[in-house]
Design a protein around this ligand. Structure first.
Ligand SMILES: [Fe+2]
Ligand SMILES: [Fe+2]
Length: 274
């Protein structure tokens, strides 16, 4: 297989037509048989991959180049997800503006070629697949949440996720409900994932103000939790935070299994097993 074949497979599994801006092949490769896959691939992992005879180092998070510089383009996916959940388009658009503004400016600080340059020097194929795998994870979580009636509680959702996904069962992190409470009814649920990173306060607020009762993020800043709790209290609205590495693994594992079915040897580094 080539790095292009592997990229195409991820797009197909996520039903995406184009390569998202946060996904890239930094060092193309062909005849790939052994893959080292991790959420973050840095210099140490590249050296390990090279030393142990892997053909490809496959990361989830962006490792450099335009995938770190232009990744605000995938943050806009939050708008699509919000609109699908019933948020008016102008409100959804306004909810992402500040983060887009910040990221465009912060992008200037990035040492964007550090890891790709190392891969080129080592002569090892190196790529990352971010949004396609998060989209696979989002769909799996949304489907699981959809299996519960709206009168179910947040505690039921957490129990269901733990039963349904080995990743949540095996992870060292717990699924938390830092805004609202586990005794609350679920009501309408939305999974805001697969859009670069979590949507912070403005995106959560847009969901809560337009009919969503329980919002799922995979991670969340403490200041956002405080702000949402101040605004919505503990009674109606719930923010469920499923845990970064466990939730990334929910999207990555089915893809790695598919690569294995196609005959590749895949060693996963630092993922939570299914
Ligand atoms: Fe992810
Ligand atoms: Fe992640």
């Amino acid at each position: 297989m080539t790095t292009e074949d592997i990229l195409k497979l991820s797009l197909d599994m996520a039903d995406l037509k184009e390569v998202p801006a946060d996904t890239a092949v930094y060092c193309p490769g062909r005849g790939i048989r052994r893959v080292l896959a991790g959420i973050d691939i840095d210099g140490a992992e590249l050296l390990l991959a090279r030393e142990q005879g892997f053909d490809l180092a496959l990361a989830h998070h962006p490792g450099g180049g335009t995938a770190v510089l232009r990744w605000d383009e995938v943050f806009v996916r939050h708008v699509e997800l919000m609109v699908r959940a019933g948020v008016p388009e102008d409100v959804a658009q306004a909810a992402v503006e500040e983060k887009l503004f910040e990221d465009r400016i912060v992008g200037q600080t990035r040492n964007y070629d550090r890891v790709p340059a190392l891969a080129r020097l080592l002569g090892i194929a190196y790529m990352n697949i971010h949004t396609p795998l998060d989209e696979i994870g989002r769909r799996r979580m949304a489907a699981a949440a959809g299996e519960l009636p709206s009168r179910a509680t947040v505690a039921d959702l957490i129990a269901h996720f733990r039963a349904r996904f080995g990743e949540f069962h095996h992870a060292l992190t717990e699924i938390q409900c830092p805004v609202g409470g586990t005794d609350n009814r679920l009501g309408r649920v939305a999974v805001a994932h697969g859009a670069g990173t979590n949507g912070g306060y403005p995106v959560a607020k847009a969901y809560f103000d337009h009919g969503v009762d329980t919002l799922i993020y995979i991670h969340c800043q403490p200041s956002v939790v405080r702000q949402l709790t101040r605004e919505y209290g503990v009674k109606g609205k719930n923010l469920v935070v499923t845990g970064h590495i466990a939730s990334d693994s929910v999207g990555i594992n089915p893809f790695l299994d598919r690569l294995r079915e196609l005959g590749l040897e895949v060693i996963a580094l630092g993922l939570v097993g299914p």
